[in-house]
Design a protein around this ligand. Sequence first.
Ligand SMILES: [Zn+2]
Length: 333
Amino acid sequence: MIKNIVKFLLTMIFAMFCDSRIEAHARTNFDAIKSVSLTQKNDLYSLNIEFNKKVAFVPRVHILPNGLQMFLSFKKPVNLPKMSKMNYGIVKGYFFEKFGNSSLMFIMALKQKVEFVKKKYTKNSIKISFRKKPTVIIDAGHGGKDPGTQSPYEKYLEKNITLITAIELRKALLRTNHYNVVLIRDKDEFVSLDDRIKRAKSENGDILISLHTDYNNDKNLRGISVYTLPPMGFGESDKEFNETLHKSKRFSKLLVGYIPNLCKIKHRTCRSSELKVLKTGMPSVLVELGCISNQKDSKLLLSKLFREKIICAILYALNQFFDKNKTGQQGQK
Ligand SMILES: [Zn+2]
């Protein structure tokens, strides 16, 4: 019996010794990573990492709002991979780092916030797809020394209603996790029209929504209107302008389509006007949230519930415009 135990222990010690000997001999690290590549199809990116040897454990991937971090553990000591350049505008930088002897850490930083769509692991590869989140620029009309119009009934100012709605809209959009949101102003400040356009452009917006309230001498006139720029005059042609205008009109129609059912308010259709703030080079619409000069509308604009309905209509229109309905569940983490 004792003989057997001694034999067993000796075998164990011998095995351990051999193991460490083998370990020591195997210090010729291997190249674990076969290739790293990024492919792009429209707004969808796929990061592909292929391995020469199987990964020991399921890779641990941490998804960050604007990048990712990944731990890969292999069965043998590995070399630090040599990386080729990935020339994509969205990629800020990426690198591998050794983590112990046989693990690698991969970090990729992106210039924009993205929405992760799918992760797929096999023993020999990892595929992670993500897409750029559309940037929605919200422009709260007026501000600071420019109060806009005033409600003849409740005496509030347009600049405050547009700001409150802009902040509420931002909150609603961020909650979906589908959008980057930029507010042209988030406080009571004066911003010139030129500066509004400059800010929108510098943020690389995908759409601009300018918020205002209407005022009309006809006190009976009421409702929500959505404006886009008019088409270029006869003889003028600018392919880019027309394409952008076409998109603005598409969004405007979607939004106007949602208004009557959600807001129980008459809409005054899609209109066009030479509004300077819409000349941003990106799809842009101006929403008159209601007629401040009409008693009913004036009161409605003060109601959070009413504003929530308009915001809901804008959100639905955006989701349809940016095709977010299919990925709706994934974003709601
Ligand atoms: Zn206004």
